[in-house]
Design a binder for this molecule. Structure first.
Ligand code: BGC
Length: 381
């Protein structure tokens, strides 16, 4: 809790009004002149003389998966903002969720002489060759938010505690339905993330480790029978895919008005698809819906009762941690690491820093999202 408050206070203290003008989920927020967090604050790279000296003449390539989801725009803008404030030249690219585009963008970054690569992969498994090229040229690679799989060219990984994200979603459903005391049974449907994203299984496992015992005891019933990850995954995290699947489930199992009591959705884009489906096809009482990212459109849904909660992952904190990593790598010191066991990518266990996610709902959103300077009231109106 202390740590959480510290992060929020710190984020507020560094005055990040970065998203004051960001309402369009398609457009990257305009960079501002907001200063990067202090180097020693655990939240950023800083602009000390030492750091500026390390950064002088150094270029960082930042490869983001897509502009289609609000969060990656924020991640990209934060990274660029904080790296520039620390004195780096930045090459920021978004890959339109197309693996070939991401590969060629990273190749160009390498050929243009970048000193460090920061990569949020579209598919963790698809960058092997270009990562080999980075290794050949001694360019350190930081996996950003999503682990880069099956490659020994990955130096570090910065992310949120992905299992904890799922745990918090599962606990929310458990507590709201009062599964330990209420008689039930309750109907649950499950929507998970993209099988190509290593995070998706962590989110699913975290939530299911909480909920599975209730499914096994019969207190939770999944009428569709679709429980295993492969059955509930959503290709590319796409809202339309989540919506289509939910449309089919509703018409096959709930068209007579039977209630769905809860929908476990791994993130906001899948929650959006499920909410749209419920809005048009469903006759029962509106269910609990979980999410992740606190995208503006989902926070609005939360305030309108169309989504129950979302996990807040402060992208400013993650960007700050990556800038610290970059500074440390380039100055030959030890990057911040708090996990050396969890993230094996199939070839190596990647030293990682896991930031802590928090949960947001209609009751606490002001404190979490507005008082911290992440959004303005106007953006959520
Ligand atoms: C991220 C989530 C995001 C999802 C879809 C995951 O890798 O961790 O925050 O919602 O991708 O973009």
């Amino acid at each position: 809790m202390k740590k959480k408050l510290f992060c929020l206070v710190l984020a507020a203290a560094v005055g990040m009004s970065l998203f004051a003008g960001c309402v369009d989920s398609e457009a990257a927020p305009e960079p501002t002149t907001t200063p990067a967090p202090a180097a020693d604050g655990g939240n950023g790279g800083g602009e000390s003389q030492d750091t500026l000296a390390v950064a002088a003449g150094k270029k960082v390539g930042v490869s983001m998966p897509t502009k289609d989801l609000q969060r990656w725009n924020q991640d990209g803008a934060n990274m660029e903002e904080q790296l520039k404030a620390a004195g780096y030249e930045v090459d920021l690219q978004f890959a339109s969720n197309d693996v070939a585009t991401q590969v060629s963008q990273i190749e160009t970054m390498i050929n243009n002489g970048c000193d460090v690569l920061v990569i949020a992969a579209i598919e963790g498994d698809s960058l092997g060759t270009v990562l080999d090229l980075a290794k050949e040229k001694n360019i350190p690679v930081i996996a950003y938010d999503r682990l880069l799989m099956n490659s020994d060219a990955v130096s570090y990984y910065a992310t949120f505690d992905n299992y904890m994200v799922g745990t918090k979603q599962g606990e929310y459903i458990r507590d709201r339905l009062d599964l330990d005391n209420a008689a039930g049974p309750f109907n649950l449907e499950i929507t998970a993330g993209d099988p190509g994203d290593n995070n998706a299984l962590f989110f699913y496992d975290g939530a299911m480790d909480v909920l599975r015992p209730y499914i096994e005891s019969g207190k939770l019933v999944v009428k569709s029978g679709q429980i295993e990850f492969e059955k509930v995954a959503t290709d590319k995290w796409d809202s339309a895919n989540a919506q289509n699947r939910m449309d089919n489930i509703i018409s096959a199992y709930y068209s007579d008005g039977t209630n769905i009591d809860a929908c476990l959705c791994s993130n906001d884009s899948t929650a959006l698809g499920v909410a749209t489906s419920l809005g048009s096809n469903y006759k029962g009482t509106y269910p609990i819906i979980t999410g992740q990212d606190c995208d503006i459109v989902n926070v609005k849904n939360m305030l309108e009762g169309k989504q129950s909660m979302s996990i807040f992952k402060d992208t400013r904190t993650l960007a700050g941690k990556v800038v610290e990593m970059v500074n440390a790598i380039l100055s030959g010191s030890e990057p911040p690491i708090n996990d050396t066991e969890t993230y094996n990518n199939g070839v190596i266990t990647v030293p990682s820093y896991l930031c802590e996610p928090v949960f947001a709902d209609a009751d606490n959103y002001k404190e979490i999202l507005i008082d911290s300077g992440y959004y303005t009231e106007d953006q959520l109106a």
